[in-house]
Design a protein around this ligand. Sequence first.
Ligand SMILES: [Zn+2]
Length: 293
Amino acid sequence: MTSPTLLPIFDRWDDDEAMATEGTAPAALLDLATSRERLAVLDRTYHRDSHGRFGSGGSVRPSLANAKTVEEIGAVLATEASAAQGHDVKVNLAGLHPQVAREYSEGLLQAMEGYSGSNLGMVLTHGEGGATPRVARTSDEGLAVTIHGANFDDAGNRVHRDVIAFRTEAGADPEKLAASLHASAERGDSIAGRIEHVAIHEFGHVLAGTGNASTRIMQMVGRAAERAGAAGSKVGSFIAKRVSRYAAESVDEEAAELFTDFKVHGVDADMLSGMAVDIMHDELHQQRKAGGS
Ligand SMILES: [Zn+2]
């Protein structure tokens, strides 16, 4: 583990610059399913292993599947994410169910393929039993939160990086979480229909916060809506119908959902998602060229 001193980091929070974006699904979604409903959903979504358990390592890479505790899983994520990013990514997944920790980690590693040098600097948990009780100002709800522009020491230097924080209360029960996500995606509320998609969505927030990405994506979507005869107040329903209702909530959620759509659905993703990802690529490329990291 590379995160023995998380709390001092948050003491150095730059409150003017830190900006929290909300997690992928309203907390109320977590309460929807009775256990019978959950099982019906899970039987369609996940394969059971030889012990009749859902999602026991079947959908994650071997390095994560073989990691038993959240400490071991966090160490795998820290090693692989740091290699993929080209800079140190600190990790503390305390308080998550190990299977949720594996699937979040898998999602993050999938999401960051092709995006070395992003602003991601830390992945941790907040809430009861987590790495820290709270992050920023708004983090009592939802599944996860991405905070832009946290300042913290990295090998003695002040650096400017983003933090993805998963809420422990939402990540304690993999079956409940998987069922609520599946139902949310079926209703068109969000793209994230599986646990790893939550992490992909959060990494979408990291990319959307790069340079002018989120503004350019908003303008791109606005132009597309206008061409489709859905200008002004109709942009929200335009994007909700094409991508998800959650994408219509804010500029930030729009960008994160478009990125998730592209990663999850590939060639079947909405055309707007591919265009949004192009913008994210371009902004990250410009940032790297300018010597940022
Ligand atoms: Zn979000």
